[in-house]
Design a binder for this molecule. Structure first.
Ligand SMILES: [Zn+2]
Length: 51
């Protein structure tokens, strides 16, 4: 399962389109404990979505 967290995943922002992010950062399993989304949408979001 840890391998999945280090995978680079593809997410589609409804505003800005497709981008890539490390799964760990997307779900908030990182040092910051923050779930990041589209960097153009103010850097991070609370509600994560997978494509
Ligand atoms: Zn966006």
């Amino acid at each position: 399962m840890d391998n999945d967290l280090d995978k680079i995943i593809r997410v589609i922002c409804p505003e800005h389109g497709e981008f890539k992010i490390r799964n760990r950062d997307h779900v908030g399993e990182n040092d910051e404990g923050i779930a990041y989304g589209c960097s153009e949408c103010c850097g991070f979001i609370k509600d994560v979505h997978f494509d």
